[in-house]
Design a protein around this ligand. Structure first.
Ligand SMILES: Nc1ncnc2c1ncn2[C@@H]1O[C@H](COP(=O)(O)OP(=O)(O)OP(=O)(O)O)[C@@H](O)[C@H]1O
Ligand SMILES: [Mg+2]
Length: 243
């Protein structure tokens, strides 16, 4: 079953054409890494998938919801598509547990008695059980990012979108977040992650998509993408990776 199907997606900001016909399919249970140069439209594509960005033409079908580019009727979609950004955007005046409970309570009416179980369940997944009562500014950057992932998981999404979730972190904190994501991949969560961490993409993502000139230029199983790139553009991109 397909979790995501994008066909001929086009998106401009004024005169700037950013997505020029993206085609992409993601099956349930796959972890897909999205790589490409800065400005190639990776974040824009993720935002379109989650209905955060209207688009000009083409179609997106994500976990059974069809987007028409207008951003109307997105309530159901947002319940099922989780997104974590580079900056953690936890509410600073709420504890980790309160941050996690908020959307399930408000959007899904999860009963109070089940909320604490949910908090424990998702904090266990990200290795932060002991931090339920802490405020965001009492956590390290890596812990805050894991708390943000836990908050997203609490909605029981069918697919998770990650946009450069480690790029604001010091290198020594990057590993713990990547480990959490790798763990989620092992549990079969469907994930699309924009990343500059090539080694991570290769190791953890079943498939990789290279965005270039507003298109999904080259896509395939990660092993093939990294060991046997077919286009000169992808070859040059991989060669330029200094890490
Ligand atoms: N809200 C906006 N208004 C105008 N232009 C935008 C807007 N958002 C993005 N752009 C432009 O669209 C292009 C693609 O941006 P996008 O953020 O999708 O790139 P990216 O591949 O995620 O890059 P990076 O790796 O630096 O995060 C860029 O040229 C950017 O300046
Ligand atoms: Mg980006």
């Amino acid at each position: 079953m397909q979790a995501l199907r994008i066909e001929n997606l086009q998106k401009s900001f004024g005169a700037l054409s950013v997505l020029k016909g993206v085609d992409l399919t993601v099956n349930n249970g796959e972890t897909v890494a999205v790589i490409g140069r800065s400005g190639s439209g990776k974040s824009t594509m993720l935002r379109c998938i989650n209905g955060l960005e209207p688009f000009n033409s083409g179609s997106i079908e994500v976990v059974g919801h069809r987007l028409d580019g207008t951003n109307k009727r997105l309530r159901d979609l947002r319940k099922e598509v989780g997104m974590v950004f580079q900056s953690y955007n936890l509410f600073p005046h709420l504890t980790v547990a309160e941050n996690i409970k908020l959307a399930p309570r408000v959007v899904k009416n999860v009963p109070r008695a089940e909320q604490d179980t949910l908090v424990q369940e998702v904090l266990t997944k990200v290795g932060l059980r002991e931090k339920a009562g802490s405020y965001p500014d009492e956590l390290s950057g890596g812990q805050q990012q894991r708390a943000a992932i836990a908050r997203s998981l609490a909605m029981k999404p069918k697919v998770m979108l990650f946009d450069e979730v480690t790029s604001a972190l010091d290198p020594e904190l990057t590993g713990e977040v990547l480990k959490t994501i790798a763990e989620l991949a092992r549990t079969g969560m469907t994930m699309i992650l924009v990343t500059h961490e090539m080694g991570f993409a290769r190791r953890v993502a079943s498939h990789t998509v290279f965005m270039h000139e507003g298109r999904a230029w080259e896509a395939g199983p990660s092993e093939e993408i990294f060991t046997n790139p077919q286009t000169p553009e992808l070859r040059a991109f991989i060669a330029s990776d200094v890490k």
